[in-house]
Design a binder for this molecule. Structure first.
Ligand code: ADP
Ligand code: MG
Length: 332
């Protein structure tokens, strides 16, 4: 199978929305009048972002999911994406499930594969997504990291820390019952991009980011770019770990039961959650609740934005908790 057969067989598809899809030097998109294009790229590198043993179907899903998550954070509607792929060899048994996983998620979000590049090399997957954000009265509806204001509530969607639990099981540092591992693994390998929530929060959220490197680290970007501080309730964060309830008898390698502090580290700094962390005015609580319901996504208020710079953690009684958490950094 040659390069062009490979593209035609696995990646060329009808693209009814795009003006021009795969097969020419450029794809052509026509943004709707009164909209802006939102563009984001994410690269997945073998050994860095995924294990060589991962199911290619799930890898296809995840490669697009992490990109759609960025559109979700901005409140952009997915339109199209490109796929730059380096492959060690043209292996049909890998390509077929990879493209199925990728295109199933693409179809679910009406996001068309319109182009890309294919080359021989160590496995590397780079996707660029294009989304659409309306401009209303001359103002972009995109949620930026810079829009949080003192007094705003701080919310996070879905659950936290489960993907990190799965990673620790793969690394062999913890041991959990099979069903708990399967639930955690699903969160790690097939994250759900919160696109519907991102769209429902247009005009409601003042700032947003998707949680990819760990909640506190990603919150730090909002705080810095908005010039504000925040207090986060750790007791609430601890309740957001889906697998924890089912996992009270999980142990580490020495057979010791996992401590709440260990779970908390995963919730606050675990990474790979792909949830939305966002702020909204305290007067918008009922609108946030309605957006959560409309998008069938749980949303939890975990803190507030304050004038005083810096990040403060408190327990359920409001007592200060030391912040010793570090989020993921490729070069740290
Ligand atoms: P060029 O040499 O002009 O850059 P290519 O020969 O690399 O174009 O690609 C031919 C066509 O196939 C282009 O339309 C390109 O966008 C598309 N394409 C290449 N690789 C992929 C891929 N992995 N997925 C989707 N489209 C692809
Ligand atoms: Mg060309």
């Amino acid at each position: 199978m040659g390069e062009f057969d490979l593209i035609a067989r696995f990646f060329k598809r009808p693209t009814p929305q795009a003006v021009l899809g795969v097969g020419d030097d450029c794809a052509l998109l026509q943004p709707a009048p009164g909209t802006q294009l939102a563009i984001s790229s994410d690269m997945l590198v073998e050994g860095r972002h995924f294990l060589s043993t991962v199911d290619p179907y799930k890898l296809g899903h995840k490669a697009l999911a992490v990109n759609l998550s960025d559109l979700a954070a901005c409140g952009a509607k997915p339109l199209a994406f490109t796929l730059a792929l380096a492959l060690p060899r043209a292996d049909e048994a890998w390509l077929a499930p990879f493209s199925r996983g990728l295109l199933a998620l693409a179809d679910a979000h009406g996001c068309e594969l319109v182009g890309g590049d294919t080359t021989q090399g160590p496995l590397n997957i780079c996707i660029t997504v294009f989304g659409e954000v309306p401009v209303v009265n001359g103002r972009s509806q995109a949620h930026l990291r810079s829009g949080a204001q003192a007094g705003d509530d701080l919310y996070v969607s879905g659950t936290l820390g489960d993907a990190r639990l799965a990673l620790e099981v793969f690394r062999g540092t913890v041991c959990v019952p099979g069903p708990v591992f399967e639930a955690a693994r699903l969160r790690m390998e097939q994250p759900t991009p919160r696109v519907a929530l991102g769209l429902a929060l247009r005009g409601i959220a003042t700032a947003a980011i998707d949680v990819s490197d760990g909640l506190l680290g990603d919150l730090g970007h909002i705080l810095k770019q908005s010039g504000v501080g925040a207090t986060v309730n750790t007791e609430i964060a601890l309740t957001l770990i889906k697998t924890r309830v089912a996992c009270m008898n999980a142990t580490d390698l020495s057979g010791t039961e996992l401590l709440p502090s260990q779970w908390l580290t995963w919730a606050l700094a675990g990474g790979d959650d792909y949830e939305l962390l966002f702020t909204a005015s305290a007067s918008a609580r009922s609108r946030v609740a309605a957006a959560a319901q409309a998008s069938q996504t749980t949303v939890t208020r975990i803190g507030q934005i304050e004038q005083e710079r810096g990040l403060r953690l408190v327990d359920g009684q409001g007592q200060a908790v030391p912040n010793t958490y570090t989020s993921f950094d490729h070069f740290a």
